[in-house]
Design a protein around this ligand. Structure first.
Ligand SMILES: *Cc1c(COP(=O)(O)O)cnc(C)c1O
Length: 400
């Protein structure tokens, strides 16, 4: 039948319409940006929108302190350093994450130790952690991957019992909740990102969240050239960077913030529908959503080709065929335990070649897991049927 011919073989694509563009913006952002421009308060010591933003985002995440920074990579670096992580200290983190999670440590000689992820959530597997703890372990970084909260209850109990710092990399999870509580400040300190793809964006930017006054002061100092909060301008008591965000970014983010709640609801509604539709397709699997993941930020929608299907096909081929049907799926990360830059940099700092055993991350990355970006979930409800239709069409073809 002609309509069943794949678009990649010359058939009709399931969809030709575009998905929504990202970012979404309008008059609110324009007004706030002009206000900033005309005020002459653009940043540095001239702050008016930045404190307002920090207060609002901290409140949204149930955190006492919010500190804006230039990006989410360096805010994670500051989190590690503020928490006392030193060169040579080990930091346990999942291997299935963006490179910045590990870069943040390696930038100053702290050593990433990769734990595998759970196969059905792609979140740091708490079962893997104990065996990776050594006398040099100082911190655990939980990553709320795709906007799905990690099991902060179990991770926290391990961290407390073993005397480790618990850091949340919440770059993808602004607005998500674990057990009814917002993520970001559930551990000792957390980091979010406002980079252009993220669910709340100013093009670039990052922020730290914490309920710990001492960590907040240390992080403030590290990102303000070693100054002391409330001290003199030229009073520098430690070595720090200038990592301050500008007022222009804060203006854009205050505008974006007015859209966040509606966008979170919209994505979650469409994600739930998409899950129902994809679950019905033979050969396709969805991520397990735990009851305690009371709110998912859906920065990404991840799903998988079932193992029996995935072993028989090149994932790139499947992606190409689904793309040809008009659906922008992608393949996602190379697991960090196999990233050459990470492996070499770790060897440079430790003098040893490290090998990490992360089969679930590798299988997800090499064979099984496909991503849709958050903007796809901002489309209409009916558009989710196109996504499922295209996936079904291609998977049936691969199976036949
Ligand atoms: C985006 C991201 C970061 C870092 O963010 P930047 O602001 O781009 O530096 C860190 N961790 C994860 C998991 C991310 O997705």
């Amino acid at each position: 039948m002609k309509s069943d011919l794949l678009a990649s073989d010359g058939g009709m694509p399931v969809r030709t319409a575009e998905f929504p563009q990202w970012p979404v913006f309008g008059e609110t952002e324009e007004r706030l940006l002009l206000e900033t421009l005309r005020s002459g308060k653009w940043g540095g010591a001239n702050r008016s929108k930045l404190p307002e933003l920090e207060e609002k985002i901290a409140a949204l995440h149930g955190a006492r302190h919010g500190l804006t920074m230039v990006n989410g990579t360096l805010s994670l670096t500051v989190a590690l350093k503020a928490a006392g992580v030193q060169p040579g200290d080990e930091v346990i983190m999942p291997s299935y994450t963006f490179i910045a999670t590990a870069t943040s440590a390696l930038l100053f000689g702290a050593i990433p130790v990769f734990a595998d992820v759970e196969p059905d959530t792609l979140l740091l597997d708490p079962e893997q952690i104990e065996r990776l703890i050594s006398p040099r372990t100082k911190a655990i970084v939980a990553v709320n991957i795709a906007g799905a909260p990690a099991d902060m209850t179990r991770l926290k109990s391990i961290a407390v019992r073993r005397g480790l710092v618990l850091i949340e990399d919440s770059a993808q999870a602004i607005g998500a909740e674990w057990d009814g509580k917002p993520v970001g400040a559930l551990g000792d300190i957390g980091s979010i990102s406002f980079q252009s793809s993220k669910n709340l964006t100013a093009g670039e930017g990052g922020m730290l969240l914490t309920n710990d006054d001492k960590l907040a002061d240390a992080a403030w100092s590290l990102s303000n050239v070693g100054r002391v909060r409330g001290g003199e301008w030229y009073q520098h008591e430690r070595i720090g960077w200038n990592l301050r965000m500008t007022e222009f970014q804060a203006a854009v983010l205050l505008g974006q913030l007015t859209r966040l709640e509606e966008q979170l609801r919209h994505r979650e509604r469409n994600a739930e529908l998409l899950t129902q539709l994809l679950e019905e397709i033979d050969g396709v699997g969805v991520m397990r959503r735990r009851p305690l993941q009371t709110r998912h930020a859906y920065h990404l929608y991840m799903f998988r080709l079932e193992p029996e299907l995935a072993v028989r096909f090149d994932k790139k081929e499947a992606i190409g065929k689904i793309n040809a049907e008009g659906i922008p799926v992608s393949g996602g990360y190379v697991p960090l335990n196999r990233n050459t830059a990470i492996v070499e940099e770790t060897e440079r700092w430790t003098g040893r070649k490290q090998v990490w055993d992360c089969p679930n991350s590798e299988r997800a990355s090499d064979k099984e897991v496909l991503w849709l970006s958050q903007r796809v979930l901002l489309a209409e409800e009916g558009d989710m049927y196109d996504v499922a239709h295209a996936v079904r069409k291609v998977v049936r073809h691969l199976q036949s």
